[in-house]
Design a protein around this ligand. Structure first.
Ligand SMILES: NC(=O)c1ccc[n+]([C@@H]2O[C@H](COP(=O)([O-])OP(=O)(O)OC[C@H]3O[C@@H](n4cnc5c(N)ncnc54)[C@H](O)[C@@H]3O)[C@@H](O)[C@H]2O)c1
Ligand SMILES: N[C@H](CO)Cc1c[nH]c[nH+]1
Ligand SMILES: [Zn+2]
Length: 427
């Protein structure tokens, strides 16, 4: 397949998670079934969708240890080093509590508290994502979450992928369940006989996982719509077409629903990227997935200028942006809406997927317009703390009562006035 170069006015990318109505219907059926029937429904959907029967939902601790011991020393070291870097980056995100002292002696504070119990999703349909276990779990641990339940689809052994189990063991997570897809999201949201319900579900997944999170949102918290991966590359005529093609394919190989775009003012560059994509697809083990992704959600778009490229980027709000231009730092201030930005040709996006320390769980489908990537704050709640003295209450009482009466809420007004009366009677 050869991706053609198109002009800006020929390009449209209607990438909305809710667009696929058939998937939405299917997800609603699964979620409601698991909510109503619990473990039995989970087992049936796992048999149907993951083709695994007789799966024991809770993964035994010994399996986690065994999976870690079976890793090569090289992989153990890479996971541990990545974990350290991710931990440091997320520790730096801890927000500060504060207290304002008002002119009238009142205290107005803000304190941060960790969530109690969270569910984290590690994908496992088309591959294994031990790196996602690190990205999901470490910020939760940094925030001080006391219970973390990890879910991931079972493979032929009836267990999630051994590397996922190994990463869980490395982080000391021992509550792991062999369940994936919408059935896992529903089990975490509503609880089953085996899985206790959680307060928030985080983590990425395919379209079914993303839609299920959307459906249960409200009954439980979610992080963002972190669905099939996306990259948008802005390149000038000095960029290397081999690198651009490689980076587009690095996202396209995730999922036939993944997206990969390159925007450039140079038609010559875009033509060379098209050649390179063809060439590099030939020996890619996941060529079929990547080809389908490029066919559906791939494009090489000729723009008038880098300014037009950044404007379009901000409209699309993609998960990842790479700036492969001579002065990426100069272009950065023009990028407002993206999950994460990677500057220069020595920073391909997989650096962030695995090792830099930033989080790879990022908003997709335009949700970077309003949402951010997973971070420590996702596992914390803000709480206001208000403290008045009797003197302050006396001073503010008239205004509060006026506002309460304006809303017709007499009991609110009385809650203030009753104290004023007690004060005036010396009680
Ligand atoms: N945005 C991010 O932050 C981010 C990060 C990492 C990975 N990802 C994405 O995660 C995804 C991983 O996908 P995956 O498929 O490998 O694993 P997955 O675990 O997300 O999905 C597998 C599950 O999908 C369900 N499923 C499959 N076909 C179905 C159908 N027809 N109907 C209902 N349910 C069905 C099954 O239950 C299966 O367990 C990719 O899209 C990748 O791009 C995104
Ligand atoms: N690129 C993915 C986020 O869209 C994250 C990932 C994990 N492993 C490899 N890549
Ligand atoms: Zn990736």
């Amino acid at each position: 397949m050869r991706l053609g170069v198109i002009e800006r006015n020929e390009f449209s990318w209607q990438r909305r998670a809710s667009e696929n109505e058939e998937a939405l219907r299917q997800v609603a059926i699964i979620v409601h079934d698991v909510r109503d029937r619990g473990d039995a429904a989970v087992a049936e959907w796992t048999a149907k969708l993951d083709k695994q029967t007789g799966v024991s939902l809770r993964v035994p601790r010994e399996a986690l240890q065994a999976a870690f011991d079976a890793l090569t020393p090289g992989l153990q070291e890479a996971l541990a080093l990545a974990a350290d870097r991710i931990r440091r980056y997320h520790e730096a995100q801890w927000p500060e509590d504060f207290t304002l002292y008002g002119d009238d002696g009142e205290q107005l504070g803000l304190v941060w508290r960790p969530l109690r119990r969270v569910g984290v999703y590690a994908p496992g349909g088309r591959g294994a994502y031990p790196s996602t276990v690190l990205m999901d779990v470490i910020p939760a641990q940094v925030a001080g979450v006391s219970e973390i339940a990890l879910v991931s689809p079972p493979g032929p052994s009836g267990l999630p992928h051994p590397q996922v189990l190994a990463a869980a063991h490395l982080l000391g997570v021992d509550e792991v369940y062999a369940v994936g897809g919408a059935q896992a999201v529903a089990a975490l949201a509503y609880g089953t006989q085996t899985i206790s319900r959680v307060d928030k579900i985080v983590g990425p997944g395919n379209l079914y996982v993303a839609l299920a999170k959307r459906l249960v949102m409200g009954d439980v918290g979610i992080d963002s719509i972190a669905g099939p991966s996306e990259v948008l590359i802005i390149a000038d005529d000095g960029a290397n077409p081999r690198y651009i093609a490689a980076d587009m394919l690095a996202q396209a190989e995730h999922d036939p629903e993944a997206g990969a775009l390159c925007l450039s003012p140079s038609i010559a560059l875009l033509e060379r990227v098209a050649d390179e994509l063809e060439r590099q697809l030939v020996d890619l083990p996941r060529a079929e997935i990547a080809t389908e992704a490029l066919r559906r959600w791939g494009a090489l778009v000729h723009v008038e200028s880098l300014r037009e490229a950044t404007d379009l980027c901000n409209q699309l709000a993609p998960e990842h942006v790479e700036l492969l231009v001579e002065q990426p730092e100069e272009l950065l201030p023009s990028i407002h809406f993206a999950g994460a930005v990677f500057l220069g040709e020595a920073t391909p996006e997989p650096v962030g997927d695995y090792f830099a320390g930033s989080n790879h769980v990022l908003p997709t489908h335009g949700s970077a317009r309003y949402a951010s990537g997973l971070g420590t704050h996702d596992f914390l709640r803000r709480m206001s703390v208000v403290a008045y003295s009797r003197q302050t209450l006396a001073k503010h009482a008239g205004h509060i009562v006026a506002l309460a009466e304006a809303e017709g809420l007499t009991a609110h007004a009385r809650s203030i006035l009753i104290r004023q009366e007690a004060e005036s009677h010396g009680r």
